[in-house]
Design a protein around this ligand. Structure first.
Ligand code: PNS
Length: 165
């Protein structure tokens, strides 16, 4: 497949479910950028710099993956990067409605951009950034559910806000 694929998200923080999507997406798309959204509608637990740093550490040995961040509309970022594909992971039915709306709105705004959905692997179906933060906040064990770079920051981070997915 030609062109650049973007895997966008809040990644607040990046989880093993996200990593699963990245690992599978690099086998399909020769050029992949994982893009952290500076999302004005959500108050993040981790700053964009922290989220980018965790991603860079985690994806360090995956040569073909770039880590970046963007603010504003995803379609504008995609135009700027000359990307033609958006990759999104789908877990349960509950993800579907929001993803469906976003994909259609993005297509309306930028018809040349295709959204491709990948089913999250079964073992990551229950993993979300929100549950990870909540469990970590109450000192529960989230090893294996987040990459090492996230685990160490979750242990030192003490300001979960309970607002992010
Ligand atoms: O990890 P998330 O929070 O599910 O990711 C959602 C994200 C960041 C992909 C989405 O909110 C987004 O694209 N934000 C950028 C602003 C934008 O383009 N909004 C219009 C979407 S229709």
């Amino acid at each position: 497949m030609e062109g650049l694929a973007i895997y966008p998200g809040s990644f607040d923080p990046f989880t093993s479910g996200h990593l699963d999507i990245v690992k599978r997406a690099v086998d399909i798309f020769p050029r992949l950028v994982v893009a952290v959204a500076v999302n004005v509608r959500k108050l993040p637990t981790f700053t964009v710099e922290e989220r980018v740093a965790m991603l860079e550490e985690t994806l360090d040995d995956m040569g073909d993956v770039e880590v970046d961040s963007f603010s504003g509309l995803l379609v504008d970022y995609a135009k700027k990067r000359k990307a033609n594909v958006i990759v999104r992971g789908l877990r349960a039915l509950s993800d579907f409605e929001n993803e469906f709306q976003m994909a259609h709105m993005n297509r309306r705004l930028y018809p040349d951009l295709e959204t491709i959905f990948m089913m999250t692997s079964q073992e990551h179906f229950y993993v979300s950034s929100q549950t990870v933060k909540e469990v970590a906040f109450f000192d529960g064990d989230v090893s294996g559910v987040v990459p090492e770079a996230v685990l160490k920051r979750l242990k030192t981070h003490n300001a979960p806000d309970g607002k992010n997915g």
